[in-house]
Design a protein around this ligand. Structure first.
Ligand SMILES: CC(C)(COP(=O)(O)OP(=O)(O)OC[C@H]1O[C@@H](n2cnc3c(N)ncnc32)[C@H](O)[C@@H]1OP(=O)(O)O)[C@@H](O)C(=O)NCCC(=O)NCCS
Length: 181
């Protein structure tokens, strides 16, 4: 039986495995999926490197990066990825991110993943503030952040240089008291 790291109603999160390569490629190589991301589209070599880096990061103590696979509980299919990072342990500040295969969009799963990550950050890691950014044109991601109760704080100008162009990011955050309230 699979040992889930975190479990929601429809999806569960677990550590990545080397055999996830093809499943990761299904979303990481899709330009529609990576359109608003600061990475991709990726090929097999890049995904292999990514899985290696994730495996090393998972062994670091104290752990400061939780880069995990998203799995559908009904089919066991690996359909995306989630991430929770500790930006500052001293200030109890972290950030989250998520990505799903295109045929899984619009089912509420992105919000479920974001909720699981935020809850873990506050309940298990004792964070005080969790933030997230998205491209101003990424309406679905913005909506996910609003649905988990994050507050829009403003725009970081020219935050990334992606695919030969500067990109702005919208900054959102939620505080532990707001989550518990
Ligand atoms: C962002 C992403 C994870 C959302 O996943 P999802 O499972 O479709 O999200 P949910 O179904 O939980 O919620 C999406 C919400 O956005 C809304 N939405 C979808 N497209 C939208 C758009 N273009 N503009 C505004 N809102 C939009 C949906 O209607 C839904 O809101 P609702 O529940 O109020 O109707 C998914 O689109 C994805 O993987 N995108 C590519 C990777 C990415 O951009 N990741 C985020 C990086 S910041």
């Amino acid at each position: 039986m699979t040992q889930w790291w975190l479990e929601g109603a429809t999806v569960a999160l677990r550590e990545y495995r080397a055999e996830d390569l093809d499943a990761v490629l299904r979303y990481a190589a899709d330009p529609e999926v990576t359109r608003y991301l600061p990475w991709g589209p990726e090929g097999a070599e890049e995904v292999r490197d990514f899985l290696g880096q994730v495996a090393s990061a998972a062994l670091r103590t104290p752990r400061d990066q939780y880069e995990v696979a998203v799995v559908r509980k009904d089919s066991g299919e690996m359909i995306g990825g989630g991430r929770l990072g500790i930006l500052s342990a001293a200030n109890r500040r972290g950030d989250i991110g998520y990505v799903l295969r295109r045929d899984q969009w619009g089912l509420g799963l992105g919000s479920e993943v974001a909720r699981l990550l935020v809850d873990f950050g506050f309940s298990s890691l004792g964070l005080h503030r969790i933030e997230a950014t998205c491209d101003p044109k990424n309406g679905a991601s913005r909506r996910v952040l609003e649905k988990v109760g994050m507050t829009f704080e403003g725009m970081r100008r020219h935050d990334f240089f992606v695919r030969e162009a500067w990109r702005d990011s919208l900054l959102f955050s939620i505080l532990e008291g707001e989550w518990r309230g």
